[in-house]
Design a protein around this ligand. Structure first.
Ligand code: ZN
Length: 167
C-alpha cells in the first residue's frame, strides 16, 4: 500500500484542479480502495484524491449508508439550500458553516467504468459537494470572509481536535 498521508492546508496539491480520469483501470481501482482505507482510518466520511496527493478526479464517500467510489463526478442538478457546519481532514480543527444544495443529482463513473447517477440528499449531498470542491481546488476555508480566514489559518496550524463531521 502506498503512503496515503492526508495532505493538510496549505499544501499546494490541495489547490490544484484534479485531472480527469481517461479510463478506469486497475490502478484507479486500487487507488480508490487505498483512499477508502485512509478515509476510515482518519474517521472521515469523505476523501478526495488530492487530499492524499493524487492529482486525479477520484473521491470516496461513506456517510454510514455504504461506500461510494466516484470517478469524474459532476453535479447535474441542485435543489434547495441548507446551512450546516462542516469539517475537513485537510483543515484539522476548523469547522465552517456552509450553505449548500440540500439535494443533488450526481453523475460519475463507477469503479467498473460504468456511468452511474445518484440522487443524494442530507449528509451524502453535502459530502458530494464537499469532495467536488476538493477536485476543483476549493477548501472550506474559502467560504470564510477575509478576517475569519486569517484567524482560521492560525487555528488549522495548531489544532488536531475532532468534534464534528470531517470530509
Ligand atoms: Zn475536505
Amino acid at each position: 500500500m502506498p503512503d496515503l498521508k492526508i495532505r493538510k492546508f496549505p499544501e499546494a496539491i490541495l489547490r490544484r484542479k484534479a485531472a480527469r480520469v481517461e479510463k478506469v483501470t486497475i490502478s484507479e481501482r486500487s487507488m480508490l480502495t487505498d483512499m477508502a482505507s485512509a478515509m476510515y482510518l482518519s474517521q472521515g466520511v469523505g476523501l478526495a484524491a488530492v487530499q492524499v496527493g493524487i492529482d486525479k478526479q477520484l473521491a470516496v464517500i461513506d456517510v454510514g449508508e455504504g461506500l461510494i467510489k466516484l470517478v469524474n463526478p459532476v453535479i447535474l442538478k441542485r435543489e434547495g439550500l441548507e446551512t450546516q457546519e462542516e469539517g475537513c481532514l485537510s483543515c484539522p480543527g476548523l469547522y465552517v458553516k456552509i450553505k449548500r444544495a440540500r439535494k443533488v443529482l450526481v453523475s460519475y463513473i463507477d469503479e467498473k467504468g460504468d456511468i452511474t447517477e445518484i440522487n443524494a440528499s442530507g449528509l451524502l449531498a453535502r459530502a458530494v459537494q464537499h469532495e467536488l470542491d476538493h477536485l476543483s481546488g476549493k477548501l472550506i476555508i474559502d467560504y470564510l470572509g477575509p478576517v475569519k480566514k486569517i484567524l482560521a489559518k492560525k487555528k488549522i496550524s495548531k489544532s488536531a481536535g475532532y468534534c464534528g463531521v470531517k470530509l
